[in-house]
Ligand binder design. Structure first.
Ligand code: FAD
Length: 434
């Protein structure tokens, strides 16, 4: 058991980039666009819209970035939950390729945005190793890597088990796959930098301001907030895993799920060299698998996974995530943890992120735990949709997500669902050729 008493229950990222409230200012009575949510999606959209000359008000009930955007693993995965094979079965291979191709564009957009805007966010384009749990998964992944390389030119390749020690010092995997188009950022620094751009572009960002309801008022919208009512020509909702009862329609369509991250105490360089020789980002082929990486300074391991709890206990869920760390790296048994925290990701029925419109309100949401790439990208798609320009088109313009039967915001079924996933993971491991 680690020294839980000394663990900080706030994001490791906030040490270097604390989230802060903005100075209180009166809320404008009128604006062209009102954006709900100051995370990656809402803030990136505000930059595009303000630079295009729109008056923009962004409101967040917490501090800017305090939702998932400053709490995440910072892995620029641009992952789509359904596998390429599953997407092909559902939408046909052409649409599946269009979705993967837009993932490539979205990652490139983020990297160009970071470079051209000189965003100080510890961006490391180091690649990602995805560990396979058995030979079958390794072979299926190798086929996908070949398709993505051939059809989209993505630099991705299979790594046989005999060579995996060049990437990871763990015996748990049976080979894996490398994606060189994925890397890491410091998410809280990135959120702070996009906020800086938004303010510089002239967007009015209001923290601690809760939207209570949005209603049509003739050609405009009347947005009721905890700081007064704003009349807006257009409304963009970017509340993702923090969606609340102010939008009961959306709440019935998104399931907030806790994801928890732990960070180790600093490790000796020789240990980091052995466990993470390539200093890449990492993931694994289990439904409730872990994602992990070195911290940007290369001295600690940060590892995240599903947190099935719903209460305020931190120690129990922290220990469960630590067990995931030890499954991969048993030698870290006596290493202490410095931080453990959680945030909410938003899952929807078909696990595909999207931009859509309902009754005149635009939404960019449903990032299913992969919003470091998708939230800025779909935030910009939503902004172009509001501007009505020719950059608005996206393979992610789907119908609104389906309502989840018998669900009104309290995910009563989550414990059972997570148990089911655990069982499926156990079965996959038992059936895998290991
Ligand atoms: C622990 C964790 C690890 C993750 N790791 C990764 C990773 O490694 N890679 C990856 O790609 N993705 C990861 N994600 C997912 C990623 O962080 C999110 O998908 C992304 O940040 C979503 O951005 P967003 O702007 O849509 O929402 P958020 O950043 O969550 O912002 C939503 C905002 O809406 C505000 N809001 C909600 N309701 C209201 C209201 N009524 N009035 C006013 N404001 C409101 C909230 O206060 C919040 O600030 C992770 C998420 C978590 C929680």
């Amino acid at each position: 058991m680690s020294k839980t008493a000394q663990i900080q229950n706030s994001p490791y990222w906030w040490v270097a980039a604390p989230v802060r409230p903005l100075p209180v200012q009166p809320l404008p009575q009128k604006t062209d666009v009102l954006i709900v949510g100051a995370g990656f999606a809402g803030l990136t959209a505000s930059v595009i819209l303000a630079r295009a000359g729109r008056s923009v008000v962004v409101v967040d009930k917490m501090m800017p970035g305090e939702g998932a955007s400053s709490r995440n693993g910072g892995i620029t995965s641009g992952n789509i939950r359904p596998s390429f094979d599953e997407l092909s079965r559902r939408f046909g291979e052409d649409r599946a390729l269009a979705i993967e191709a837009e993932g490539k564009t979205a990652r490139k957009f983020l990297y160009d945005f970071i470079r051209t805007e000189k965003l100080d966010c510890d961006f490391q384009p180091v690649g990602k190793f995805g560990g396979a749990i058995g030979r079958e998964q390794y072979e299926a992944g190798a086929r996908t890597a070949e398709t993505l390389h051939k059809r989209l030119g993505i630099e991705t390749f299979a790594v046989p088990q005999a060579e995996q020690s060049r990437y990871i010092g763990s015996d748990f995997y049976r080979g894996g796959h490398v994606r060189m188009d994925i890397g890491g950022v410091h998410p809280a620094k990135l959120a702070a930098e996009i906020l800086r751009l938004a303010l510089e572009a002239g967007a009015a960002v209001h923290s601690g301001t809760e939207v209570k309801g949005v209603r049509r008022d003739g050609a405009e919208f009347s947005v009721e907030t905890s700081a007064g009512t704003v009349s807006a020509r257009q409304v963009l909702v970017c509340t993702n895993g923090y969606t609340d009862g102010s939008d009961p329609w959306l709440r019935r369509r998104l399931i907030p799920v806790r994801s928890r991250i732990i960070v180790t105490d600093p490790l000796p360089t020789e240990v980091m060299d052995r466990l993470m020789p390539s200093r890449m980002m990492y993931s694994e082929g289990l439904i409730l698998g872990n994602y992990f990486r070195p911290t940007p300074d290369g001295t600690r391991i940060l590892l995240g996974g599903r947190d099935a709890s719903s209460g305020t206990d931190e120690a129990g869920p922290t220990e469960k995530i630590r067990q995931g760390l030890l499954r991969i790296f048993p030698e870290l048994k006596t290493v202490g943890l410095s931080h453990s925290w959680y945030g909410h990701v938003a899952m929807n029925w078909d696990m595909v992120p999207r931009v859509f419109e309902r009754e005149g309100v635009t939404y960019a949401t449903g990032f299913c735990g992969s919003g470091v790439v998708w939230a800025p990208w779909l935030g910009t798609r939503a902004a172009h949709k509001l501007l009505g320009d020719d950059q608005a088109r996206s393979a992610f313009e789907f119908r609104p997500p389906a309502a989840i039967p018998f669900y009104n915001g309290k995910p009563y079924f989550l414990p059972a669902l997570i148990q089911g996933y655990r069982l499926r993971d156990r079965l996959s491991l038992a059936r895998a050729t290991r």
